[in-house]
Ligand binder design. Structure first.
Ligand code: ZN
Ligand code: ZN
Length: 683
C-alpha cells in the first residue's frame, strides 16, 4: 500500500485528470478504500490527507522504508515507479544498502532497460556492493535478460564467493540465451566448485539449477549427455522432485528414436507425479501414435493418482484415440468427462466431436454437439469436418448455414472443412460458390488447402484444364497434395499430358513417395505406353523406392487385430481364406470381374506378385463378418488408399451379406452399404 500512496504523492495533485484515470485502476481503487478507512472520506484530491497518510506509513528519512517501497513496486510490476522511487531516494541523499539494489536491478531487468541497469550497477560499485552475492546475481540476471552474455560472465567471474543463486542465474541465463553448451560446461564447473566447497554458504545444487541444466541437454548434441546428467539427478535424489522429473521426461521424449521408451521409463520411476507429468507423458504417447499407451496413462491418472486431469489432458488423450480410431477408449473417456462435469468445457466438447467423427460415429458426434451448451467456431467446424469426411456433404453444409445464422464467423479451417465436404461429394457448384466468396464475404483469404479442394473438385468433374489453370493462378507454391489430386484426376479421366506435368512436380516436391510413381505408371499402362511404364519402374529402382506394405486394423471386443497383405499369421487365417474363397464364388455370380490382372498387366513383376496376394482390407472385412452378429457395423482402418479392386469387392460384399462396412483409408472414410459406397467411387 505504501508504494501506491507514494506514487500518488509523486504524481502531485496538479495532474488531476490523469489521477482520475489512475483511480480507476486496481491500485487506485485500493488507495480510495484505504483513504476512506483512515479519514472517513474518499476524497483523494486532498493533498494534506495523502501526505499525512504517506508520512504515517513511510518514513522518508529511513532507507528501510524506501527499500520496502521499491520492493513493493517491483513485485507488483510497477517497474518504472520502482526506478523512480530509487531516484527520489537518491535525491534525498540517502545511501542505498545491499537490500536496495536487488529490487532496483530486478525492475531494470523486467523493463529490459540496460541503460538504467548499467547505472544501477555503477551505483552498486560506488557503495561497495558489486561483489555482494545477491546484488551480483540480480545483475547477472539483468545482463542475461538484456542479452549481454559477456557482461554477465565477467561479473560472474568477479564474484569472490558464489552461491547457488548466482550459479543458477548463470546456468538459466545461458539456456535462455540459446547457449546450451555454455550452460552445460558451467554446470561441470559448478560441480568442481561444489566439491572444493569454495563458497560462503553451503553450496549445493538445487532443483531450479537442475531443471535448467537438464533442459540445456536437449539442445546439445552430445552422446550420453542427458544420461549422465540423469545419473547425477538420481545420485542426488532429485528424481523425487516432480519438476526435475518432468523436464527429464520432456528432454528424452524430444530425443527422437528410442526417446519415447526412456521417457516412459522416467515417468514410471517418478516418485512424485503431478498433473504436468501425466499431461506430458500422454502428449508424448499421442504424438508418437501410441494411442493405447496414452489411454492407459490417462486411465491410471483417473483411477489411482492424486493428479487431477484438466481440459488439456482430455483433449490430448482424445486426439490420441482419434488417430487410432479406437472407439471403446473414446467412449470411456467420454464417460469420464460426463462424470466429472467437464462436458461443458468447449475445448473438451470439441475434442469429443472430433473423436467420434474419426472413430466413424458421426451420429454420436452430432448428439454430443447438440448437447453442448457453449459452442465456438471450432466446435461447429469439427462437426462440419466430420460430416465431410464421411461423404455427407448436405449435412455438412446444413451445419455450416446454421453456424452462419447463429452469428458465428467461419474461419480458415471452417472453409477447409466446407470445401473438403464439397470435394468428397463432388459438389462443384456449391464448392465454387464458397471458394469465390470466402474472401469478400468473410475476409478469409484462400490458402493452400482451399486451392487443394478446388483442384480436387474440378479434377473429379473432369475439368482438368480448368484445375491446372487454377493452380497456375496461385500466389503460393502449390504443394504435393494439390499436384497429387490433379494426378489422381488424370488417371480417372485418362489425361497423360497433365499427368506427366503433375508427376514431375511431385517427384521434385516429394521424391521418396513411391505412390506417385505407381500412379503415373498405371496411367501409362492404361494408355498402353509400356515403354514409359518400364522407364518409371527403372526410375523407382534407381531411386531405391519400395512400396510400403499395406495393413488393416479392426477392433473386436476390445482387441485390435492387424492384418498385413497376404497375412497367414492370424490364428483364424485358415477360416478367413476359406470364407474368401466361398465369397469369390458369390462375387462371380454377382458379376464381379477381378481387375488385378488387367491393372497390373506388364506394370511390374513385383507389383503383380503383390496383387496376387490378398489385400489386408479383404482379410479384415472377412474376419469382421465371421466374428460379429448380423446387423453389426464393421469398422476397418487401412494405412494406405483402398485400391479399386478391394473397393469393388467390399461394395459387392455389403450387398451379398447385407452388412455395413466403414473403411477409413489414408484419404477418407468409405461407408459401404447395399452395394454402394458413400464416396461415389471417387477417392
Ligand atoms: Zn486392395
Ligand atoms: Zn468408397
Amino acid at each position: 500500500m505504501s508504494s501506491h500512496i507514494y506514487i500518488y504523492i509523486q504524481e502531485g495533485i496538479d495532474k488531476c485528470n490523469e489521477m482520475r484515470e489512475w483511480m480507476k485502476t486496481p491500485s487506485g481503487k485500493a488507495l480510495v478504500s484505504s483513504l476512506s478507512r483512515h479519514f472517513h472520506t474518499d476524497s483523494y484530491s486532498d493533498r494534506q490527507n495523502l501526505t499525512t497518510l504517506f508520512n504515517k506509513y513511510v518514513d522518508k528519512t529511513n532507507v528501510f522504508s524506501w527499500n520496502s517501497v521499491i520492493a513493493d513496486l517491483a513485485r507488483s510490476g510497477d517497474s518504472v515507479e520502482a526506478l523512480r522511487a530509487f531516484d527520489s531516494m537518491r535525491k534525498l541523499s540517502l545511501s542505498p544498502n545491499r537490500s536496495t539494489f536487488p529490487c532496483t536491478i530486478k525492475a531494470c531487468s523486467s523493463l529490459l532497460d540496460l541503460f538504467s541497469g548499467k547505472q544501477t550497477h555503477q551505483q552498486a560499485i560506488v557503495f561497495g556492493y558489486q561483489s555482494d552475492v545477491f546484488v551480483s546475481s540480480a545483475l547477472i540476471d539483468m545482463y542475461f535478460k538484456c542479452g549481454e552474455i559477456r557482461d554477465a560472465r565477467i561479473l560472474f567471474d568477479e564474484i569472490p564467493l558464489r552461491n547457488i543463486v548466482s550459479w543458477t542465474s548463470m546456468i538459466t541465463g545461458y539456456v535462455q540465451n540459446g547457449n546450451a553448451l555454455g550452460a552445460i560446461s558451467l554446470f561441470k564447473e559448478f560441480l568442481t566448485d561444489e566439491k572444493e566447497g569454495c563458497a560462503d554458504d553451503a553450496l549445493s545444487v538445487d532443483s531450479v539449477a537442475m531443471v535448467s541444466t537438464i533442459s540445456a541437454c536437449s539442445r546439445v548434441i552430445a552422446k550420453g549427455l542427458t544420461e549422465s546428467v540423469h545419473g547425477f539427478v538420481i545420485k542426488r535424489g532429485f528424481d523425487e522432485d516432480a519438476s526435475v522429473g518432468n523436464t527429464l521426461l520432456d528432454v528424452y521424449a524430444k530425443g527422437g528414436e528410442g526417446g519415447v521408451v526412456v521417457a516412459k521409463k522416467v515417468f514410471d520411476e517418478m516418485a512424485e507425479k503431478d498433473n504436468i507429468s501425466y499431461n506430458s507423458i500422454i502428449k508424448v504417447f499421442a504424438q508418437n501414435g501410441l494411442s493405447s499407451e496414452a489411454f492407459e496413462a490417462f486411465r491410471k491418472m483417473v483411477m489411482d493418482s492424486d493428479a487431477s486431469f484438466n481440459s488439456i489432458t482430455l483433449s490430448t488423450v482424445l486426439l490420441a484415440v482419434s488417430h487410432s480410431g479406437t472407439l471403446r477408449h473414446g467412449k470411456s473417456i467420454h464417460d469420464q468427462v460426463i462424470k466429472t462435469g467437464l462436458e461443458d468445457d468447449v475445448i473438451v466438447g470439441t475434442a469429443i466431436i472430433d473423436m467420434y467423427c474419426k472413430c466413424g460415429r458421426v451420429e454420436t458426434a452430432r448428439k454430443a454437439f447438440d448437447l453442448m451448451k457453449v459452442k465456438n467456431v471450432r466446435s461447429w467446424t469439427a462437426l462440419i469436418a466430420g460430416y465431410g469426411m464421411h461423404g455427407r456433404a448436405s449435412e455438412a453444409l446444413d451445419v455450416f448455414y446454421r453456424m452462419i445464422n447463429a452469428g458465428v464467423k467461419p474461419n480458415y479451417i471452417t472453409f477447409v472443412s466446407v470445401l473438403a465436404a464439397c470435394s468428397h461429394a463432388g459438389l462443384l457448384d456449391e464448392g465454387s460458390l464458397w471458394f469465390n466468396t470466402m474472401k469478400d464475404k468473410f475476409g478469409v483469404e484462400p490458402g493452400l488447402e482451399h486451392y487443394g479442394c478446388m483442384v480436387d473438385l474440378l479434377g473429379r468433374a473432369g475439368h482438368l484444364q480448368k484445375a491446372w489453370e487454377l493452380i497456375e493462378t496461385m500466389k503460393m507454391r502449390p504443394d504435393s497434395v494439390i499436384w497429387s489430386s490433379l494426378l489422381g484426376a488424370c488417371r480417372t479421366h485418362k489425361n497423360v499430358e497433365l499427368a506427366e506435368i503433375s508427376a514431375n512436380h511431385l517427384f521434385e516436391l516429394d521424391p521418396k513417395n513411391c505412390g506417385y510413381y505407381m500412379l503415373l505408371s498405371h496411367i501409362y499402362a492404361d494408355a498402353g505406353r509400356w515403354k514409359d511404364v518400364e522407364r518409371v519402374r527403372i526410375l523407382m529402382k534407381d531411386r531405391g523406392l519400395v512400396k510400403p506394405p499395406g495393413f488393416s486394423l479392426i477392433e473386436l471386443k476390445g482387441e485390435i487385430h492387424v492384418f498385413l497383405v497376404g497375412d497367414q499369421e492370424h490364428p483364424q487365417s485358415e477360416g478367413i481364406y476359406k470364407f474368401l474363397k466361398e465369397m469369390d464364388r458369390k462375387l462371380q455370380e454377382a458379376g464381379y470381374v477381378s481387375n488385378t490382372a488387367s491393372v497390373c498387366h506388364d506394370v511390374d513383376e513385383e507389383e503383380k506378385e503383390m496383387a496376387l496376394r490378398v489385400h489386408s482390407e479383404k482379410l479384415a472385412v472377412a474376419f469382421g463378418i465371421m466374428n460379429t452378429v448380423p446387423g453389426e457395423m464393421i469398422h476397418v482402418i487401412k494405412n494406405l488408399r483402398v485400391c479399386s479392386d478391394c473397393h469393388n469387392v467390399v461394395k459387392l460384399i455389403s450387398r451379398i451379406v447385407d452388412r455395413q462396412f466403414v473403411v477409413r483409408d489414408s484419404k477418407r472414410f468409405h461407408h459401404f452399404k447395399d452395394g454402394f459406397c458413400s464416396c461415389g467411387d471417387y477417392w
